[in-house]
Write a protein that binds this ligand. Structure first.
Ligand code: XMP
Length: 623
């Protein structure tokens, strides 16, 4: 809701994944902030505008962007901060030069910054930041100076001399840039805002908005049993009363082991009323049969949710006066390409065309649509939901349907990947070698074992430079069994993704894969495949669910079979807060070995891969 009476900051949204997150962080620092499409920005129209932030975006800076912004910024003298794409655009506007780097940077990057400068004031000179970019500023405009640099990005930050213009190639707004909030606070101080802003209580705001959106309609809600849907249910009950709220749990057949029954038991025990259950496994499996493409699977699952819902509504005879309530949170919207310039990373199940049509007709209420996961959990606590429920790992609406990677048996796979020699070269150069020596032989002439790697013939979704990528993972292993420590593994995985264009993920295998061969087999979503995934998922989760640092741990089944005909699985435990960025959980290798052993004991299951990819460049889910 716009509050023009307040001194505020505007974020110009160029379609970056984090534009809304920037505003959220600024508000968290006690300054009112709005998000605007760049076209709507009218300098001078708003005397209370105290500063401007240009967001990231999926595109390269073009002449059109320059033409759009030149007149708008011409007389603007208040502080301006460009982030990622915004950093490049500002440099271009003021006469600098850009280049497309051979080396791209996604995820954690060390920088050296100057703590005597305004944005880095009193911050550590060496620190880690989170990046996601292909282009970079190659030449600074006159009167600008670099204030930070990274190993492969000389101008990681700049400031203009004599005027408050700043650029950061990295993302201060994400939680994985540890000093990012301090940088934003430094920028806000330069904006000299005199009236601090105290946000109204999130609970009151969300309940009030929901009541207003509901009008006098009945509310109908799909309850998956996850945090988002249960918090949404509580909000609805608080907004319009339990009698006007009906909910439906759909057992899609894509749930985890025993999950639907557990959810229903839990809801009954917690005293939730008016909850129906629909056992719809046959419909979902029938419609998913023979479909391999991840976006197509997502579209089908989303459409079926709407179909099941429509039938239920007819059976309940609720008439026309009802609205569908969804537990959509902000990352679902942005990743589905939900803002004007944003790229579509993946279509979340609550953003399929059938739902979009209902949204346009005003039939959908989404109480949490502006919140991030950590905020939803906070709201849930304020609403009195039990902590055990709020602490559950997130589970996506399309469930295991998007964790069972399929192959249609037809899409050709390159016999050799162009990047394989480069992968070999990086590994043979000693990167990540446990001995930490770059040489390949010891003094006695015996070769030390170095990591080996192979690009796998499956693909998964990534988010790179604010765009969707759909590329291969590389698997690495050490034939001698000795592994580098975690910092080294992280650096290596990061380097491989940045330098190899064929891949967007790196996974680790504890087994020696030198003589292993993986066959890519035709595979679709079937009961049998799901049952195997459910067993592996249940087994792995029972061993790691107690680890508090793990925020979510998808288990993915791959259509890859080893020489014994056993299927490969991936474990992807991530550390995150809001799902916008994620780090890899550094598991103890003994525990990983134990887990791999357990997976092998499941009939039909073989090697276990451990995902070493941060977000970006990989998304949390593989599809
Ligand atoms: P990604 O894979 O995009 O996921 O990094 C971010 C978070 O969103 C969850 N996710 C979904 N949740 N419907 C949902 O309700 C979906 O279609 C969907 N796809 C991904 C994912 O599990 C992670 O927590």
């Amino acid at each position: 809701m716009l509050r023009p009476d307040l001194e505020h900051i505007a974020v110009l949204d160029f379609g970056g994944q984090y534009a809304h997150l920037i505003a959220n962080r600024v508000r968290g620092l006690g300054v009112y902030c709005t998000v605007l499409p760049p076209e709507n920005f009218r300098p001078g129209a708003d005397p209370r505008l105290a500063g401007l932030i240009l967001s990231g975006g999926p595109q390269s800076v073009s002449a059109d962007h320059v033409a759009l912004m030149q007149p708008r910024l011409a007389g603007f003298t208040k502080p301006i901060l460009g982030i990622c794409f915004g950093h490049q655009l500002l440099a271009k506007l003021f006469g600098g030069g850009l280049a497309r780097g051979r080396e791209r940077q996604y995820g954690p990057t060390p920088i050296r910054c100057d703590p005597r400068t305004r944005l880095f004031h009193e911050l550590p000179a060496e620190q880690l930041v989170w990046m996601s970019h292909g282009d970079h500023v190659a030449q600074l405009p006159d009167g600008f100076r670099a204030t930070a640099s990274a190993p492969t990005c000389a101008i990681a930050a700049y400031e203009a001399e004599g005027r408050p213009v700043f650029g950061l190639q990295f993302h201060p707004e994400v939680v994985h840039t540890p000093h990012g909030s301090a940088m934003l606070r430094n920028f806000l101080e330069l904006c000299a805002i005199r009236t601090p802003w105290i946000p109204e209580s999130m609970k009151q705001r969300v309940i009030g908005q929901t009541r207003q959106a509901a009008g006098d309609a009945m509310l109908f809600l799909l309850v998956s049993g996850g945090v988002d849907s249960l918090v949404t249910l509580q909000v609805c009950i608080a907004a319009v009363g339990a009698d006007r709220v009906r909910s439906l749990h759909v057992d899609t057949g894509l749930m985890r082991l025993g999950e639907s029954d557990d959810i229903l038991k839990f809801l009954a025990a917690e005293g939730f009323r008016n909850i129906e259950i629909e056992r719809a496994e046959p419909v979902f499996l029938r419609e998913l049969a023979g479909v391999a493409d991840p976006e197509q699977k997502r579209a089908i699952i989303g459409r079926l949710f709407v179909e099941v819902l429509r039938k239920k509504l007819q059976a309940l005879n609720l008439g026309d006066n009802w609205k569908l309530v969804q537990g959509t949170i902000y990352p679902d919207t942005i990743e589905s390409g939900g803002t004007p310039n944003a790229a579509k990373i993946k279509t979340h199940h609550n953003r399929v065309p059938e739902i979009q049509a209902m949204i346009e007709r005003g039939l959908v209420v989404e109480p949490l649509r502006e919140l991030y996961k950590d905020e939803v959990r906070r709201l849930g606590r304020e609403l009195g939901l039990p902590q055990a429920l709020l602490d559950r790992h997130p589970f996506p609406g399309p469930g295991l349907g998007i964790r069972l990677l399929c192959h249609d048996g037809q899409t050709p796979v390159p016999p050799e990947f162009a990047d394989q020699p480069r992968l070999d070269h990086i590994l043979q150069s000693g990167a990540g070698t446990p001995s930490s020596r770059k040489s390949k032989s010891t003094r006695r002439g015996r070769r030390v074992s170095i990591l080996q790697g192979r690009i796998l013939p499956v693909k998964s979704v990534g988010v790179q430079g604010d765009e969707r990528s759909y590329r291969h993972p590389a698997v690495i292993w050490n034939p001698a069994g000795k592994l580098p420590d975690w910092p080294m593994l992280n650096t290596l995985a990061n380097r491989l993704v940045n330098e190899l264009a064929d891949i967007n993920r790196v996974v680790l295998c504890l087994d020696d894969l030198t003589r292993e061969h993986f066959e890519l087999r035709k595979m679709f979503v079937t009961r049998e495949g799901l049952d195997r995934l459910r067993r592996v998922d249940d087994l792995l989760h029972s061993c790691i669910a107690h680890i508090p640092e793990i925020w979510q741990a998808p288990v993915i089944s791959l259509p890859l079979f080893d020489r014994q005909g056993n299927q490969a699985f991936v474990l992807r435990p991530v550390c995150s807060k809001d799902a916008m960025t994620a780090d890899v959980y550094p598991i103890a290798f003994d525990l990983l070995a134990e887990l791999a052993e357990k997976v092998r004991a499941v009939p039909g299951a073989g090697h276990l891969f451990y995902d070493l990819t941060t977000k970006p460049p990989g998304t949390i889910e593989w599809e």
